[in-house]
Design a protein around this ligand. Structure first.
Ligand code: AP5
Length: 227
């Protein structure tokens, strides 16, 4: 799942996971977990994340290779990885070795002005990672997670200055991946300026038609599937 920070990647991936029973491999979530555990990787990543820069490729590639190797047979959706051409080429090698085919890459397109609003209104659960928005996706009880009742927080990298840095990093380092996957004929452009349900329906239609055509993420009998 490609897209700018705050485009809705995590929100949509969680829905895909619930619908298709696949795993959610989110590089951002894994990094935040490593930080919370105080691991060496977490400590190394911290300074980059806090200033809105990308974490060095070598660290990310090792981390995601492990996650893919441990993914369940049912398949997985990658969220926030790859984010540079070097990461995309490393992913190709990892999938090659694992005998897994990359069927589809979704690019969630959202205007930068909308991104800033989504980020400033996002509230996250530090316990389970659930994501809400103060207007677009409210929890049942204001300020608390629906799943475990934890008080919701504003992610430190959602401060406006950091969001703007993250957008710069996205435009410079991640957008080239659109052409990379377009050239491979597996890129699907999604207008993600619309509401969560509308975006969800667009994704669902594409995945279900891929599955019907036998290329789908959910119908493969011959190994792990990737969306
Ligand atoms: P990461 O956690 O991956 O952050 P990100 O890509 O910047 O994405 P976000 O999690 O901020 O946004 P999202 O697209 O998932 O949006 P969400 O669904 O939450 O990475 C954090 C940092 O880790 C990076 O800056 C970097 O330092 C490092 N990192 C991670 N991966 C890396 C890599 N591969 N290489 C190098 N460094 C890496 O939605 C946002 C808000 O909008 C929510 O409140 C949601 O409720 C709302 N919303 C969602 N969709 C809609 C909609 N359609 N309409 C209205 N509201 C919506």
């Amino acid at each position: 799942m490609l897209g700018a920070p705050g485009a809705g990647k995590g929100t949509q991936c969680k829905r895909l996971v619930a619908r298709y029973g696949i795993a959610h491999l989110s590089s951002g979530d894994i990094l935040r977990k490593e930080r919370a555990q105080g691991s060496e990787l977490g400590r190394k990543a911290q300074a980059y994340m806090d200033r809105g820069a990308l974490v060095p490729d070598e660290l990310i590639i090792d981390m995601m290779k492990k996650a893919i190797d441990q993914a369940p047979e049912a398949g997985f959706v990658l969220d926030g990885f790859p984010r540079t051409l070097k990461q995309a080429s490393a992913l190709d090698q990892v999938l090659d070795v694992a005998g897994v085919r990359l069927d589809a890459v979704f690019n969630l397109e959202v205007d930068d002005a909308i991104i800033e609003d989504r980020m400033s209104g996002r509230r996250s659960c530090p316990t389970c990672g659930a994501v809400y928005h103060i207007r677009n996706l409210k929890p049942k009880r204001e300020g608390f997670c629906d799943h475990d009742g934890t008080a919701l927080v504003l992610r430190p990298d959602d401060e406006l200055e950091v969001v703007r840095q993250r957008l710069v990093a996205y435009h410079q380092q991640t957008r080239p991946l659109i052409d990379y996957y377009k050239g491979r004929g597996i890129l699907y452009q999604i207008d993600a300026n619309d509401g969560v349900d509308v975006v969800d329906i667009q994704l669902q239609k594409i995945i279900d038609s891929l599955a019907k055509a036998g290329k789908g993420a959910v119908d493969q009998a011959d190994g792990k599937a990737v969306v």
